[in-house]
Design a protein around this ligand. Structure first.
Ligand SMILES: [Zn+2]
Length: 346
């Protein structure tokens, strides 16, 4: 059953975080549903812009509609991950999505900041050389406000981003800049967003933390605590929250892979964040690692095989196992029936 993201957040706030998993194909989708049902967890299924373009968004949406029929007991929301303004509108108008993320975090904070920016305002493509009118239209608050107004008219909620996560996103290459809590409050109030991706030290991709002497590894919980104080009850979101287990990377490399110096977010940090108002934790990289490990090992160990299903079946099982483990860690495992009961009451 596809439900609104807002409803899931209401159930989860302050108790646990809901896993938000990026999906690209059928095998991942089946593994996701099985893993979430095995662990009895509500979940968020999300598509990036890249996933929507990989084959065609219609294929992805059809796979999810089918999964909803095949697994009628599942409770989940469908979310657009890191959308630009045009993609957000496409998803809002499609009627299929529970929520969208507008990522305008690479634009100046507001009109004033856009005008004051060195090199002047950005144009609608985020390139320097914009006009005064661009400063008014293309800043993080104005863009998020437009998307929120249009989404809310259709009962869809909006995630926005403030501050800059490290690592590589699909159209944002950022260096880590922690979210400023006072700015977060101002941003939420003025933009009308329903949840906020906060930068507290997580980053995208497989290379998250660099161990440096004297530098603290892990997440900046003081930022979460402060935002919670300023915006009580407001859901926070963590991006780039894969754990990138060393054992997984070692197995990939032992089977011919070349993934170097990778590191992820400590799992105990994510569990803690879930109790502090972080309602959604995005996990993508760990899923990619499972796919790569399973296929590399099977290609190595079963060189005589050439049936797609001989590789797909073990992948689905391993992906489901990984998902169930994540839900245990985030605390969402075991809450499915409680969420179902809450939905019935509402
Ligand atoms: Zn992200």
């Amino acid at each position: 059953m596809i439900v609104t993201t807002t409803k899931l957040f209401k159930c989860a706030y302050g108790k646990y975080a809901i896993g938000a998993y990026n999906i690209n194909n059928l095998e991942q989708t089946v593994g996701l549903f099985r893993g979430c049902l095995d662990s009895k967890a509500p979940f968020i299924l999300q598509f990036s812009q890249g996933a929507r373009k990989y084959t065609d968004k219609l294929f992805l949406e059809a796979i999810v509609r089918a999964a909803d029929q095949v697994y009628p007991e599942a409770i989940f929301a469908v979310h657009l991950d890191h959308g630009d303004e045009a993609t957000c509108y496409d998803c809002i108008d499609s009627g299929f999505y529970s929520s969208v993320m507008i990522d305008a975090s690479h634009f100046p904070f507001d009109e004033k900041a856009a005008l004051a920016q060195e090199g002047g305002p950005l144009d609608k493509n985020g390139k320097p050389g914009g006009t005064k009118e661009d400063a008014r239209l293309y800043n993080n608050i104005a863009i998020t406000r437009r998307v929120a107004d249009r989404a809310h008219a259709k009962g869809i909620s909006v995630e926005a981003e403030l501050g800059q996560l490290g690592g590589v996103e699909e159209h944002v290459v950022g260096t880590v800049k922690l979210t400023n809590p006072a700015e977060a409050k101002d941003f939420v109030t003025r933009s009308g967003c329903d949840s906020l991706a906060v930068a507290i030290g997580t980053s995208h991709g497989a290379f998250k933390f660099k161990a440096e002497p004297g530098k603290k590894l892990g997440l900046h919980f003081e930022v979460v605590t402060e935002i919670k104080k300023l915006l009580p009850g407001f859901p926070m979101v963590l991006h780039g929250s894969s754990s990138v287990p060393k054992s997984e990377v070692d197995r990939i490399n032992a089977a011919g892979g070349k993934i170097k110096d990778s590191s992820g977010v400590p799992e105990e940090d994510l569990a803690k964040a879930g109790k502090m108002g972080v309602c959604k934790v995005n996990i993508d990289t760990d899923g990619r690692l499972v796919w790569t490990r399973v296929h590399r090992e099977l290609f190595r160990d079963m060189p005589e095989k050439f049936d797609l299903r001989d590789f797909g079946k073990p992948f689905i099982a391993e992906y489901a196992k990984m998902i169930a483990g994540k839900n245990q860690m985030l605390g969402s495992a075991g809450h499915l029936e409680e969420v179902r009961a809450a939905l019935k009451k509402a």
